[in-house]
Design a binder for this molecule. Sequence first.
Ligand code: SF4
Length: 422
Amino acid sequence: MKIGFHDIDCHRASRLSIKLKDASYSVWRILNRALLKKEISQADGQKLFEVTTQADREAIYATADTLRAHANSEYVTFVVNRNINFTNVCYMGCRFCSFAKRKEDAAAEWLTSEQVVSRAHEAWDRGGSEVCLQGGLHPKIKGSYYREIVLAIKKALPDMHIHAFSPFEIWYGAKKSKLSYRDFLCDLRDCGLGSMPGTAAEILDTKVRQELTKNKLSTDQWVEIIRTAHEVGLRTTATIMYGHVDKPEHWAAHIALIRDIQRDMGGFTEFVPLNFVHTDSPLYTQNPDTVRSGPTVHEVDLMHAVSRIMLAGFIDNIQVSWTKLGAERAQQILHRGVNDLGGTLMNESISRAAGSKHGQEITSKEFCDLIRAAGRVPVRRNTIYKTIDVYKDHDPAEHKPLVNRHASDPLAFLKMFPEVAI
Ligand code: SF4
């Protein structure tokens, strides 16, 4: 179906038309295809990532925003969830990772099933509909640990959605259990696993992965596990981690591969760009001359916008990561084709371990304030994007943040610039 100007509001249509007029011919041609709902090739996606003028960037952002409005109207979604990182012990040695600890380290942690259930209970009592479980690949973990924590949560909280285990953890658990990916995933599904995070994707390129993870979980293994999860009815997210040793050609190829999987399987719920946080990452600290210190401001904007354009008609939900970028930047990126802010989280360890300083929780009420200040309508969703509540004329219940913020306020910028909507 074509997007005609009758489908979008007059203000957006005239803004789009001005921005397209100012763009170079080669960019205009690609964006015009996207607006006519034609697929953007990998080569054209790369061209969009490589633009150098502000006029071209503005045309890309306006196109992404138009496609976003067409897919999601003015709604911006979020989920009330809690992250539970059940162990930070891991010997895999991914070079970008600053989360992993040795088991002798003072900060090493490994939660029992009872501790996991207790954290899930706290989340439920605060209105959470999801727990997101991910952990390191602890050398002593048994393959059965994964099913045991799923069973224990479901026994205590049958209606809690369990979003858990990256493809790397599935690879590890299946190996430890001596089961095929399919049998391991089917067992977890039957125990109550609801969906999976599509993390550990990093960049789905053999050469780049070798630099990041030293021959660990390959691109083919990531793809096989994700396809198998979709085949057995487990939906997953999809991610990209960018801004380290990668280039625009890798970004376009990665997104094209995600699109190919979605064309076949239809199992992705969302696409989440994750900017590389370099501060405490050994990949950067040990190689500051060859590894980038994360993406530039323009690259972050373009990543979200080009993802929307390349995935239009395939994946409707493009998420911005507030844990990696902060609330203020996340709000700006809502105007780059983004319609989802992810989870309230309650606890966040992985980005903080890499040096991110954006806190552990944004409450539902704060999400609503942030979304409304961007001129959009807040919507609480569940993990698989079913609407739970639309906050047009009321607010969600207020909760104090679970972890003490010591008076820091992630939305302080809104009070300084209340008219922040772009
Ligand atoms: S990224 Fe995951 S698998 Fe790799 S070292 Fe860190 S915790 Fe382990």
